[in-house]
Design a protein around this ligand. Structure first.
Ligand code: HEC
Length: 399
C-alpha cells in the first residue's frame, strides 16, 4: 500500500510522454499506479490517450462484471478491487475528455450495461452535454447521493426541459433523498424546469418539498409520487440485523480475518478520516482502542448509523455556497481568505470565504452512512475483526 502510493506519486511526475507509455502498456504496471497517472492527465492531453482509454474501459468493465462473491481466490478478489478502481478512473477520464469518441463510447456502454451506470453518469456530469440529458435524468435515480447530486448539478447547466411527468418524479424523489446535502439544488432545478419560484433556502426546504409535491399532483393529475416521507435515509445494501446476525452467530462471521480486514480498511476511505495504530489521518476519532471500548454490536452501530451519536468534537457543518451548492463538511481550518473543508469522501476542499453564503451546524455525521454497501458479509466480518484488534503501541515500539 505504502510502496504503491510512493510509486504512484513518482509516476505522476514523469514527463507526459513517459506517462502515456505506461498507460499504453497498462497491463505491466500496478492498476493503482496506472489509475494515478490517468488522474494526473489534464483534459487537453487526454486526446492522445483516447484509443488506449477506450480499449482499457472495455477490457476492465467486462472483467468487473463478475460479482465479487464469485471470485473465491483472495488475491483474485483484491486484484479485482484494484481493477475496478482503475475502471472508474478510466471512465471519469473519458467523461472529462472533450472528444466526441469518448462520449460516444460512454453512451454505448451506458445503454448496454447497468452495473456501470452510476460511474458513467458521474463521468458525463463533469462536462454536461445536451445529448446526455436522458442519461443525467436517469442518474437522479441513483441510490448513491454523490451520483444523484452530480446529475442535478449537471442538469442545472443544461437548458433542456422535461415534457412529461417522469423526470419531475425522479427529481422530486431525489430532492428528498438528498435533503440537506443537495435538496436546495434540486428545488432550483425544479424551478428552472417548470418556471416556478419555490424558495431555495435551506430553512424553507421542507416547505419547498411540499410545494414540489403539490405542483406535481396539480400538473399531472392521476400520476403518483413515490416520495412521501421527508429526507429518506441512505440506501443500505445490507440490513443492520442481517449483518449483526452474521457477525455474531455465523461461524465464519464471528471469526473474521484480521489481515484481510486491515487491507480493506487501508483500501477504503476509512483511513482518510481515522487513525489506527499510528497510520491514517485524524479527522475522526482514533480507532486503535475501539475493541477495548466497544462491544461488537456497538462498533457495527457506529459504522452503520454514523449520525446516531456524534461527539461535540466531531460535529459537522452545512455550508451553503453563493451558487446554491450545499456541502456537509467538517471545518479543517480557516484564514482571512479561505476555509478548508473536509468532505465525506475524505478529501479536502478549499473555498473562498467570499463564496460562502451561510454556515450552520449539522446533525449529520460526515462519515458516509452507506460505507458497508460495497462489502460482502465476510468482508464486513473481516473489517470488524480488524477494528477490534488494535494494540496501543508505546513510543519505543513505534516505527
Ligand atoms: C469522511 C470522514 C470519515 C470516513 C470516510 C469514515 N469515518 Fe468513521 N467517523 C468519522 C467521524 C467524524 C466520526 C465521529 C462522529 C461520528 O460518530 O459520526 C466517526 C466515527 C466512527 C466510529 C465511532 C468511533 C468512536 O470512537 O466513537 C467508528 C467505529 C468509525 N467511525 C469507523 C469507520 C469505518 C470502519 C470507516 C470506513 C468504512 C469510517 N469510519 C469512515 C469520520 C469518518
Amino acid at each position: 500500500m505504502y510502496i504503491q502510493g510512493l510509486l504512484a506519486d513518482v509516476a505522476t511526475r514523469l514527463p507526459m510522454e513517459e506517462r502515456r507509455v505506461i498507460v499504453q502498456e497498462w497491463s505491466t504496471t500496478m492498476p493503482a499506479v496506472v489509475a494515478a497517472i490517468i488522474r494526473s492527465f489534464p483534459q487537453s492531453d487526454l486526446a492522445g490517450l483516447l484509443p488506449t482509454l477506450i480499449e482499457l474501459d472495455g477490457t476492465l468493465t467486462s472483467g468487473a462484471a463478475v460479482p465479487a462473491s464469485q471470485v473465491d481466490d483472495r488475491e483474485a478478489r483484491e486484484n479485482r478491487t484494484d481493477a475496478a478502481r482503475l475502471a472508474d478512473e478510466v471512465t471519469l477520464a473519458l467523461g472529462r475528455s472533450a472528444d466526441r469518441r469518448a462520449k460516444e463510447h460512454l453512451r454505448v456502454t451506458f445503454a448496454e450495461t447497468t452495473e456501470r451506470r452510476d460511474m458513467i453518469v458521474r463521468a458525463l456530469a463533469q462536462t454536461p452535454a445536451a445529448d446526455d440529458w436522458p442519461r443525467l435524468v436517469e442518474g437522479l435515480k441513483s441510490a448513491d447521493p454523490a451520483v444523484s447530486r452530480a446529475s442535478v448539478e449537471a442538469l442545472l447547466r443544461l437548458e433542456t426541459k422535461p415534457t412529461d411527468a417522469t423526470p419531475f418524479r425522479l427529481l422530486i424523489t431525489a430532492a428528498q433523498r438528498l435533503g440537506d446535502a443537495g435538496g436546495v439544488l434540486a428545488v432550483r432545478l425544479h424551478n428552472q424546469w417548470a418556471g416556478l419560484e419555490l424558495p431555495t433556502t435551506r430553512e424553507q426546504l421542507g416547505k419547498s418539498f411540499e410545494a414540489q409535491k403539490d405542483w406535481f399532483h396539480q400538473t399531472f393529475p392521476g400520476e403518483t409520487l413515490a416520495a412521501d416521507s421527508a429526507a429518506a435515509p441512505a440506501h443500505h445494501h445490507w440490513k443492520f440485523e442481517e449483518i449483526l446476525a452474521y457477525v455474531t452467530q455465523n461461524n465464519r462471521g464471528r471469526n473474521g480475518k484480521v489481515l484481510r480486514g486491515r487491507k480493506l480498511f487501508e483500501q477504503s476511505t476509512c483511513i482518510k478520516c481515522h487513525r489506527f495504530e499510528g497510520t491514517g489521518s485524524g479527522i475522526g476519532p482514533d480507532l486503535t482502542t475501539l475493541g477495548k471500548r466497544f462491544k461488537r454490536e456497538d462498533i457495527l452501530t457506529a459504522v452503520y448509523f454514523p449520525s446516531r451519536e456524534i461527539n461535540d468534537q466531531y460535529k459537522s457543518v452545512l455550508i451553503e455556497l453563493n451558487n446554491g451548492v450545499v456541502l456537509t463538511a467538517m471545518l479543517a481550518g480557516q484564514n482571512k481568505d479561505e476555509t478548508t473543508l473536509l468532505l465525506p469522501d475524505g478529501s479536502e476542499r478549499k473555498v473562498a470565504n467570499s463564496e460562502i453564503a451561510t454556515t450552520q451546524t449539522s446533525k449529520t455525521s460526515i462519515m458516509p452512512d452507506a460505507a458497508l454497501n460495497e462489502y460482502e458479509l465476510d468482508q464486513i466480518a473481516d473489517l470488524l475483526a480488524f477494528l477490534e484488534s488494535g494494540e496501543e503501541k508505546g513510543p519505543q515500539t513505534q516505527k
